[in-house]
Structures are given as C-alpha cells and as structure tokens.
Design a protein around this ligand. Structure first.
Ligand code: ATP
Length: 621
C-alpha cells in the first residue's frame, strides 16, 4: 500500500500530530510530558538513522545533545540572540560539526570498540562541560532563562510559551525532522546505510566508500541530537547539565529498543512509553525512588518479549491478521517448485545483452586485462601463495583448480585487494592496483563473488542488487541525501537486467533469508554482476549445489560469460572443464600448470596432485 501512496507516512504523521493534543488532552496527558516525548522522539530519529539503519551503536549521543543544547541556550541567554529558531539551528550546526570531528576518530573502529569510544567521548564532554567550560555552561547550575519562541508576522503575534502552545512549535519541528529523515532513508544514501548495517564487507566490496557513509550517518545523528538538545532548553526554560550525562545516552538507547529500531518512529513510541510510565510510577503509585526499579523490569520484559520493539510487534501482528507472511511463504514455495532450468536465460535476450560490462570485452581474446607477477602471501610461517605469475586476456573464461588449501581463495583475495600481498604486483587494465582499497578496485571494474555468500540478508533480492548497481552508477561516494532512488537514471533497468541474468525475475521482492540455497548462490553472482565489472572473479560458484542446480548454474555462467572476462575457481572439474577455455592449476600456493581442459585432463603432474599418481582418471572426468 505504501508503495502506491508515497507520502502516506508523512500524511499520517501530520494527522497524528494534529490530533494528539485533542486525544491526549482528553485522556488527561500532561502537555509537558507530550512535549518531552517529542524532544526525545526527534533526538531518537537521528539515533535510529545511526543505529537502526546503519548498525552503529553509539552510547555517546548525549555529547551532541548537550553541545547543541548549550550552544543554543548560551547565545539566547548570555548573548541575547534574538531568534529562538535560529539559535536551535545554529546549535544543530555546531553539534553536526563536532559530530564530524568525533566521527573521524570514533569510526576508525567498529563494533564494541566503536561503542566504547563513544562512551568515552561522552564522558570527556561531560567533564569539559563541568570544569573548563563551566563559566559558559553554568557548570552544575546549567543555563537558566532560555526563552520560548515568539514570532511577529505583521499584526499577528505568535507566542509559543508553555503547554499545548509550545506543543505546536515542537510538533512542527518534529514533523520537519521526520520528513527530512524519511527523505534520507529513501535516498541512495539510505539504501547504502542499510547495506552497511547488513554486511559492511560486501557494501565495500561492491564499490562503496563505507567510511564516508558511516561518517554521514554519524553527522546526521549528531545534528538531530543538537537540535533536540536546544528544544530541551526551550521546554524547561533552562538548559540542564544532565543533558551531557551517560544516563541521557542510555535512556535514548533504551527508548529506541522499546519502540523498535530501523523504523524512525520507534524512538518516539519508546519515549512515550518510557516517559508516561515514569510519570505514572512517580506520581500515581507512591513508589518513591523504587519507580526506577519497576521501570527497569518493564524494560527487560518488553525488550525480551518483543525483539523488534513495539513497532516490530505491531508489524508481526499485522502480518498475522492480514496473512501476509503466509502468502509470501506460499509464493516462495510456488517459485521454488517452478522448473528453473526453463527460465535460465542465455544472454541473447535484449535485457541480458543490455547489461553489458563497463568496458565491454570483445568476443575473441584480445589484450591482457589482468596481470599478476611474483605474487606471494605469507601468514606467519604459512605460505598461502608463492611467486605466482598469472595473466588473463580480455573476453577469456579462465578456470582455476587446485586441491583444498592450494591457495586459490587467497589468490583471489589478493587480486581484489581484500588481502595485501606480501610481495608482487597486480596490474589491472593497465593500472597498478597493488595495495588499493577494495572499493576502488571494484570501481575500476574488478570484483568477485564469494565462496561463502556475502549477501544483505534482511533486504530483498531487488534491494540487494540495487546496492551493487548504485556503486556502478553513482561512484564510490556521493551525498545525494534527498534524492529518490527512483530518480537514478538507469538503476531500475540495471537491476532488472541483472535479475534476468541470474534468473531471479520471479523473486525480486523476496527477502534473502527466504531464498533457497541455489537462489542465494545466484544472487551472490548477481551482486558482483550488478557492479558491471569488466573482470569478474567467481570463487566456487557451484559450491554446495545439487547436481541439477549445478547444471543450471553452468548454463547460467556460460550465458554470463558471453562478452565478459571471467575467472572461475571450482572443485567441480566436470563443470569447470565444460566452461573454461584455459585452466590454471594451483598446488601448494604455486602455479603447477596451465593449459586447455584437454591438456589439463591428461597432464600427469595434475593427476599426481589430485590422485597421488593414479593416472588416467581425470581424463574421464
Ligand atoms: P579451499 O579449496 O579449501 O577453499 P584454497 O585453495 O582456497 O582452499 P586458501 O583458503 O587460499 O586455499 O588457503 C591457503 C592456505 O593459506 C591454507 O593453508 C590456509 O590455512 C592458509 N590461510 C588462508 N587464510 C589464512 C589466514 N587468514 N591466516 C592464516 N592462514 C591462512
């Protein structure tokens, strides 16, 4: 339904914000609490973009909440700045700049180390606010006297001083905040945020500068925090020093967990539950200080019971009531039951032909596209690859075989620059790419599909391919935060072409987690293909497949190989000999021999390597 009404969410939010004072006022809710919910809800939008969409858990958002809040409060109370709205915007800008500088440091690490750095940074800010900057921030007294917004529009005098009148101002701020956030998460940048959350390694491997995008999410979150901090000062007519405390960051994380992350509205809902419960427990139950204990228990119960938060729970309930999930499962079963071989395209369809690589390869082998010389990789005492000389011509379909542990995957990792060679040189398309970043190499047109699937699991097939296609169409990094995905020229066509190439046209809207194994393997190849590589490396594309799936995938690879340069590693020699024009055999990290499939089959060195000298058997493979 949302797809047919693109602004439905915005419209419903607007209606909700307009009706809230009537409904909540009628049930006796205090406007102060409702306003507080909006402040935390806006604060949480930024946090959700950072954590829920990009997967970066920060415990340091109080640093930006306090920075924006104190900056706005300072210029309003001490410098007599005339405009509250402009002061809030300036506070937001200062918080964003600080966020940029902190992000440069914190994002050097990932996972728990990133989270711990944010905790430490928030503590540093708290200390600085209380000590060296106490003269400006008021130290433990905070900054009193923060004014409320007041507008003179000709003869019209608009005053948003307290209660429900201040709600109107906050509701407008929240509405603008959610509209902007919805634009961001629907933009190409938003799609890449989700890809980073799901699989940063693959997001980088398909050609995105993930550090740049993570920094963007961090700055956006800091900006939201800064604006919300300013709103807190306005709400309380006082900027409290505890805005900077770790408790503020912790409360934000807990509210987002209660409401549900990756939804933008989860933190608002979580804040409503948290703050109304807090009010209720403090004022109506006579629990005294024990309200925190009860609230803590309620938090644990909610988070354990609803893993995806309240919004996730509501979504599950909706799915049950409408039978959406059952319908999807039935569709999946139907698609899996359909005979896929009939649909395997041979690249003669217009779509398949249109999905050409960035530098189209000629049909006949031509110049050398990749040349590795003296390539070695040592892991301590283990020599994975030793002094490999290897070259591939444009348009070639090369096979690589070798026993387990021969160094095939390590060789591929060096070619795509995932792993730095201990020595040697790699030249791709005339450029020395040794030691380059993976994303840069992919942007040049060299990428690979992985031996173990590296997909974006919570995204659909179409969304997966979109992530890869965006790298080819937009380059490594672009800040088109407010551009709709639909407005990227050629994106839909490229994704459709790739769907057709890997025979997934029946499954575009299926989440990856619901795909059959063979379909996942094809999508794995599709992700690499959607980047429009001029040289594609396929690491064991047939691994784990049934004989039928293998036969289908061999046909698929044949069609993909038309007009492309491919290097394929596989243990299935029958299939590989059927596919490849030339085969390279690796053994103990070195090139043992190279030749046509016929030459390799009858080579005694190869038979020794595989069969310990039982000659003749490979010839029948
Ligand atoms: P398979 O066919 O089983 O996938 P392979 O031919 O791809 O094997 P590699 O995975 O490249 O072989 O491994 C070659 C050698 O390097 C093995 O001895 C392996 O244990 C070692 N090796 C690979 N990666 C590492 C690493 N990160 N650290 C230490 N040793 C490694």
């Amino acid at each position: 339904m949302l797809r047919h009404h693109p602004f439905l969410v915005e419209l419903l939010t607007l209606v909700g914000l307009v009706l809230a004072p009537f409904v909540l006022g009628w049930i006796g809710a205090s406007p102060d609490t409702v306003n507080r919910v909006l402040v935390w809800g806006l604060f949480g939008i930024g946090f959700d973009i950072l954590f829920g969409f990009t997967g970066l858990l920060s415990f340091g958002q109080s640093a930006f909440f306090g920075t924006g809040g104190f900056f706005a409060a300072y210029i309003l109370t001490r410098l007599g700045f005339p405009s509250v709205v402009l002061a809030l915007v300036l506070g937001m800008v200062v918080a964003a700049v600080v966020g940029y500088l902190i992000g440069l440091i914190a994002l050097r690490r990932t996972g728990i180390y990133f989270a711990m750095i944010t905790v430490a940074i928030a503590e540093v800010f708290y200390f600085v606010e209380f000590n060296p900057l106490a003269e400006w921030t008021g130290g433990e007294n905070g900054l009193p006297g923060v004014p409320t917004p007041h507008f003179h529009l000709g003869s019209l005098d608009l005053d948003f001083s307290t209660g429900w009148s201040l709600y109107q101002f906050f509701a407008v701020c929240y509405f603008i905040g959610i509209v902007v956030a919805l634009r961001i998460v629907r933009s190409p940048v938003g799609a890449i945020f989700r890809a980073i959350r799901e699989n940063p390694l693959r997001a980088s491997a398909v050609g995105h500068n993930i550090h740049g995008y993570k920094l963007t999410a961090f700055v956006v979150a800091a900006a939201y925090a800064g604006f919300a901090g300013g709103m807190l000062g306005v709400l309380q007519a006082f900027m409290p020093p505890d805005a900077f405390t770790f408790g503020t960051s912790g409360q934000l994380v807990m509210q987002a967990a209660i409401g549900g992350t990756g939804t933008l509205f989860g933190p608002l809902l979580g804040a409503a539950v948290w703050l109304f419960l807090q009010d209720f427990l403090q004022s109506s139950t006579g629990l005294g200080a024990a309200w925190k204990l009860v609230l803590g228990i309620i938090f644990v119960v909610l988070v354990c019971g609803l893993r995806r938060g309240l919004i996730g729970g509501l979504d599950d309930l909706w799915g049950l009531l409408t039978g959406c999930k059952a319908k999807r499962a039935a569709a999946a079963a139907q698609a899996a039951a359909a005979p896929p071989a009939a649909a395997v395209p041979v690249a003669t369809t217009p779509a398949a032909v249109a999905a050409t690589p960035r530098a189209p390869a000629p049909q006949e082998p031509a110049g050398i596209i990749l040349e590795a010389s003296g390539l070695s990789k040592r892991y301590g005492g283990i020599v994975a690859n030793s002094d490999i000389d290897f070259s591939v011509r444009q348009g070639e379909l090369r096979g690589i075989i070798g026993p387990n542990g021969a160094g095939k995957s390590t060789f591929f990792k060096m070619l795509t620059c995932e792993v730095k060679p201990s020595s040697g040189k790699i030249v791709f398309d005339g450029r020395d790419i040794t030691g380059m970043a993976v994303a840069d190499v992919c942007q040049l047109g060299l990428t690979k599909s992985y031996q173990i699937n590296q997909l974006f699991n919570r995204l659909t097939v179409r969304e997966n391919l979109t992530i890869a296609a965006l790298a080819a169409l937009r380059g490594r990094f672009r800040l088109d935060l407010f551009r709709s995905l639909k407005r990227i020229p050629g994106l839909t066509e490229q994704v459709d072409h790739t769907l057709e190439l890997v025979n997934l046209t029946q499954r575009p809207d299926t989440p990856v987690a619901e795909l059959a194994y063979g379909e996942k393997r094809r999508l794995e190849v599709g992700l690499a293909l959607a980047t429009r590589p001029s040289l594609l490396l396929l690491d064991e594309p047939l691994a784990g497949m049934s004989p039928t799936e293998r036969a289908e995938t061999v046909q698929l690879l044949k069609s993909i190989g038309q007009g492309r340069t491919l290097v394929v590693i596989d243990h299935d020699m029958d299939s590989l000999f059927e596919l490849a024009g030339q085969v390279t055999v690796l053994q103990e990290g070195k090139v043992l021999v190279e030749g046509t499939p016929e030459q390799i089959k009858s080579n005694t060195l190869v038979q020794d390597a595989y069969l310990g000298g039982v000659h003749g058997t490979l010839a029948h493979a």
